[in-house]
Write a protein that binds this ligand. Structure first.
Ligand SMILES: Nc1ncnc2c1ncn2[C@@H]1O[C@H](COP(=O)(O)OP(=O)(O)OP(=O)(O)O)[C@@H](O)[C@H]1O
Ligand SMILES: [Mg+2]
Length: 386
């Protein structure tokens, strides 16, 4: 499912050639509730901005020439194309190490659409946020290419390659082998830890704004890493309760209060996390138009099967073939319900979500061998796919 954009962003800085992305202040549409330097009532010093942090760390990112990346992808060969999103196409490529020595490195190269609705602002956000963050559950940005030349505009991003693609590909693609219960929990926990770090582990609070199964990438061990920071924003500062923004994100995942008001808070990310919790439990997308009307909207459909009811197991992904502990599944559904609380402030913090997921993991380990309420399920757990 692609991002939606309620506004159009034009490319800036026409003409001239530049290799490093310019650090700009926020656009007007995105900043109304955030006043940098505003002190809170407790007179705490203002946290440093992402831009300040980025200036300290930017030297870590490699600046590529367009030719280097064209060569790395064999001329952006379509056989090397591994995905396509709202921002552009992603290619598998091979680059030389920065010192030119040693074995080539396999990377993912995202070539942004330069004619689409999205543009420079999302590119800058991606470079700045990923240039600053550092966590095992966030994808690593190795470098970028940014050219505004006479021959046109080019924006490319170079990431560590994630061999197991995205959670979306594994959950919904019929050709993919079933993700076992334990792997699902590990992925959720990794993604939750990445999000908890963004919300509370940096000098500045980061609202991710695009949490969805296609942005949870999987490494060779199926460890989850969040990708796509083009829509990320710094959280509100001082006495401000929210950041006012144009409404952007992905249909189905965005929190209702954010869609209605444009007021962005970390609670919006928690809602999106709740949506993915139900996707993982059910193996269904948040919106499936090819189903009977009552089943099309995942969040509406699951309401008929409350976590405490006898009917609950009917919503669990049939691909799991009853190979999951029902108590842990109920716990995940209850956690999802709390994340999907209409009242944003009553949603749990990501640190609490991490705690609940660890408890569900423990329950799954201690009850390993039990299956769902159905007596027909076999008693063992599948191993992680290799
Ligand atoms: N670092 C990476 N390593 C391996 N595959 C990747 C990597 N980054 C992206 N991909 C693949 O490319 C696909 C497209 O990614 P992209 O972020 O462009 O779009 P999306 O997340 O599907 O949608 P949107 O642009 O709306 O967020 C991903 O789903 C994933 O399969
Ligand atoms: Mg993505």
């Amino acid at each position: 499912m692609k991002c939606f954009f309620a506004f159009k962003d034009k490319f800036k800085n026409k003409g001239g050639s530049r290799s490093a992305p310019e650090l700009q202040s926020k656009s007007k549409s995105d900043s109304s509730a955030v006043k940098r330097g505003t002190k809170s009532s407790s007179s705490l010093p203002s946290p440093r901005s992402i831009q300040e942090l980025y200036k300290e760390r930017e030297q870590k990112l490699r600046v590529f020439t367009y030719n280097e990346l064209r060569e790395a992808t064999n001329g952006f060969n379509r056989l090397l194309k591994i995905g396509e999103g709202g921002f552009g196409s992603v290619y598998k490529g091979t680059i030389k190490p920065s010192d030119g020595q040693g074995v080539p490195i396999v990377v993912a190269i995202k070539k942004l659409n330069t004619k689409g609705l999205q543009g420079h602002k999302e590119f800058l956000a991606e470079v700045q946020f990923l240039g600053v963050v550092n966590h095992p559950n966030l994808v690593k940005l190795l470098g970028y290419c940014s050219i505004d030349g006479e021959r046109g505009i080019q924006r490319l991003l170079v990431y560590e390659f994630m061999p197991n693609r995205s959670l979306e590909a594994h959950l919904f693609n019929r050709a993919s082998p079933t993700l076992p219960w334990k792997t699902r929990l590990d992925i959720l926990l990794g993604a939750a830890e990445g999000l908890a770090y963004l919300h509370g582990g940096l000098d500045v609070q980061v609202i991710y704004r695009d949490f969805k199964s296609s942005n949870v990438l999987l490494d060779e061990d199926f460890k989850a890493k969040l990708s796509d920071f083009g829509l990320a924003r710094e959280g509100p500062q001082g006495d401000h309760t929210h950041v006012s923004t144009a409404v952007v994100g992905t249909y189905g995942y965005a929190a209702p209060e954010y869609v209605e008001t444009g007021h962005l808070t970390i609670h919006s990310d928690i809602w999106s996390f709740g949506v993915v919790l139900y996707e993982i439990l059910t193996g269904r997308r948040v919106l499936e138009r090819n189903r009977p009307t009552v089943e099309q909207k995942l969040l509406e459909w699951v309401k008929q099967f409350p976590a405490d009811s006898g009917r609950f197991s009917m919503i669990i992904d049939p691909k799991l073939r009853n190979q999951y502990p029902i108590a842990a599944a109920r716990k995940i559904a209850k956690l999802a319900d709390s994340c999907l609380n209409k009242n944003a402030k009553d949603r749990p913090a990501m640190s609490q979500v991490v705690k609940s997921l660890k408890e569900a993991t423990q329950m799954s380990e201690t009850t390993a061998g039990t299956s769902s309420s159905s007596s027909s399920g076999s008693k063992s757990f599948q191993r992680k796919p290799k």
